[in-house]
Design a protein around this ligand. Structure first.
Ligand code: ZN
Length: 390
């Protein structure tokens, strides 16, 4: 409704609203006109914007207590708003809309799915569960992609498979099936992804493995996707450390099987470093550094950027040491785990080389075959040792 801004437009809008009272005025992206004023030199390109903001403030103050005009505005950057806007009597209530949980995602899916033809009996709950972190706009995009996918396959109705393909395309990038990959690289990728998946499967407090693939997508040669059972709002220290171990699992597997390192783990290393840093600096989970926030301005909640406590060069060095230690410890833990379950690693990598993509059920099958075989070997071994001693 706020098409084209300007001081006179603001005045017009409020006059119109009062005429039509009771009335709700909604301003989207309020930061575009309500951003912090520069202070001091008001001259220049921001002049018009400041006049618009001033007009808005004046109008807001002009509301009498019996006015039935309600002003609602939306922004992704509440931190950027001019403080004058947030004073009592102006925008004095803030409602944070976070990303939808599984229930919310289902409702949004239902709304958007009305526009397309679904196969009868389609389980939208399953889809809603499998897309944690999707916003309303992401879900709209997903439904659109799924419909396009179905059309590409010449189908009359959209199936679960179309949703799955659309989701992979959005999350992981388009599959590059035409890319020619040498057998050597395929093998390294299979072991790398198997390494991630095995560490994730064997450790407690981790998200279940949803899919492993060695089909190149986007810039990645392969991918291991984990999905949480529920929407998580907080993370335990164990979960976070295990997350780093899972990330290290890829490179550890490569090192154990091929005895050399490749650049394929660069994203994993980046991810692990980020978690370790936040563990120490943001979540105060490191005993040496203590429960003190040492954040550099990284954006933070809604891009807000928490006020960081400046810290000394000594603290910076201590933090660096602790980050390195955490990652090295996790690397060692992943190494032990994969060495102990070496046969699982081979089995899963072989299965990946043959099938290219392994889903959660297939992962379960490989795991149980491995456990069975291990049990047979151990039983035989203890029987033989038993006979030797007698
Ligand atoms: Zn990896």
């Amino acid at each position: 409704m706020f098409v084209g801004v300007g001081a006179s437009r603001v005045r017009e809008l409020f006059t119109e609203a009062k005429k039509n009272a009771p009335c709700i005025i909604f301003i989207d992206e309020i930061d575009a006109i309500g951003g912090k004023r520069s202070g001091g030199n008001a001259s220049g390109s921001n002049d018009e914007r400041e006049q618009t903001l001033n007009a808005l403030l004046v109008e807001m103050d002009g509301f009498s207590s019996d006015a039935t005009v309600i002003l609602v505005a939306a922004t992704n950057r509440p931190d950027m708003l001019d403080p004058a806007l947030l004073r009592p009597g102006r925008f004095d209530r803030q409602v944070t809309i976070s990303l939808p949980d599984a229930k919310g995602r289902l409702k949004i899916l239902e709304v958007h799915s009305k526009k397309i033809v679904l196969t009868p009996g389609m389980n939208l709950t399953e889809i809603a569960k499998s897309i944690p972190g999707f916003s309303g706009a992401d879900i709209a995009n997903l439904v659109n992609e799924a419909a396009l996918t179905a059309a590409r396959h010449g189908k009359q109705a959209v199936t679960l498979l179309d949703f799955e393909e659309a989701k992979d395309k959005i999350v992981m990038g388009l599959a590059r099936k035409s890319v020619v990959i040498s057998e050597k690289v395929r093998r390294v990728t299979a072991y790398h992804e198997a390494g991630h998946a095995i560490v994730a499967t064997l450790l407690p407090e981790t998200d279940p493995v949803h899919k492993i693939t060695i089909i190149p997508r986007g810039r990645a040669l392969g991918l291991t996707q984990q999905l949480p059972l529920d929407d998580r709002y907080t993370y335990s220290q164990e979960y976070l450390l295990n997350r780093i171990k899972i990330l290290m699992g890829g490179r550890v597997a490569e090192e154990q099987i091929f005895g050399r390192l490749t650049t394929g783990a660069s994203n994993d290393i980046l991810g692990a470093t980020e978690i370790a840093t936040r563990l120490i600096c943001e979540w105060g989970m490191n005993p040496t550094i203590g429960p003190v926030a040492h954040m550099q301005d990284q954006g933070g909640f809604l891009g807000g950027g928490s006020s960081a406590k400046p810290y000394s060069e000594q603290t910076a060095q201590a933090i660096d040491r602790e980050i390195k230690k955490i990652i090295e410890d996790c690397y060692e833990a992943a190494k032990h785990l994969l060495a102990e379950h070496n046969k699982f690693l081979h089995k899963l990598a072989e299965a990946l080389l043959i099938n290219e993509t392994i889903d959660a059920d297939e992962m379960d099958i490989v795991y149980h075959c491995y456990l069975n075989q291990r049990e047979i070997e151990e039983t035989l071994k203890s029987k033989r040792e038993g006979t030797e001693h007698t």
